[in-house]
Design a protein around this ligand. Structure first.
Ligand SMILES: [Fe+2]
Length: 252
């Protein structure tokens, strides 16, 4: 089973170019690249909207996704509203008390999609996660917007405006599992892999711009945009990162 994972689209309203970047063109470019890849399904890791959730933006994104035609699954980021997003994506049935968390089977893998959009995680969602992880025999894979660990990226690790307070609680649940659990996230706008006990955390770069992973201040590193291919095999899983050129309005 081959999946494409993209994240942090930060799409703005039509004819708006934040940081001089055409976020809508970036989204189309990344979908075109994925169409040529072996991916069978698409996962979007949150932050679909630029700064705040907007109906017009969700409407445009879902029109694009539906004409793209590949099955997709979406989680919410801190710049999303899971309820508004679910309404436009027509998956309101997945909501539970305003949170968008759900499970899917990808062959023998159990894929768990978490909602960290409020910067925290409810007791209800944690109980559900615990049950899902321990009631299952086969391998598990997690998709969530925020990394549940600090990633040695000073600007993001110290960004209290967009922080996630539930990482330790999620890690406590996962650490009791006997199997290795891959966790795929975004939010940081960098490429990173971190292994801690039985968790393998893969942070995927943004479809907007990447930030300097070593700077304490906000600093753009580069404007290439990336997607991750995830191959969930019978014996193991593999993943790889692929970059393409991003589009800046000034480059047109
Ligand atoms: Fe984010």
């Amino acid at each position: 089973m081959q999946l494409a994972f993209i994240t942090d689209l930060h799409i703005d309203k039509a004819y708006e170019f934040p940081f001089g970047i055409d976020t809508r063109k970036n989204f189309k470019r990344i979908l075109n690249a994925i169409a040529k890849s072996p991916a069978e399904q698409l996962i979007i890791g949150g932050d679909l909207c630029y700064r705040s959730p907007e109906e017009e933006i969700y409407e445009w994104i879902f029109e694009e996704l539906n004409s793209f035609g590949m099955p997709y699954h979406i989680i919410a980021g801190n710049h999303d509203d899971p309820v508004m997003m679910s309404k436009f994506g027509k998956f309101e049935a997945l909501l539970s008390d305003g949170e968008l968390f759900f499970a899917k089977k990808f062959k023998h893998y159990l894929a768990l999609f978490l909602d960290t959009s409020k910067g925290e995680i409810s007791k209800n969602q944690l109980n559900w996660l615990d049950r899902q992880v321990y009631q299952q025999d086969g391998p598990t894979v997690i998709f969530m917007h925020h990394p549940p660990l600090n990633a040695n990226v000073p600007y993001m690790d110290e960004d209290l405006d967009h922080s996630f307070s539930g990482g330790e609680k999620v890690m406590n649940i996962l650490s009791r599992s006997k199997s290795v659990i891959p966790i795929f996230t975004g939010h940081y706008h960098v490429e990173k892999t971190i292994v801690q006990e039985n968790a393998m955390l893969f942070i995927t770069p943004s479809c907007f711009f990447q930030i300097d992973a070593f700077s304490r201040e906000f600093k753009v590193d580069h404007h290439r945009i990336g997607y991750r291919l995830i191959d969930l095999g019978v014996e193991d899983f593999k993943c790889s990162l692929h970059y393409i050129a991003g589009s800046r309005q000034m480059d047109k």
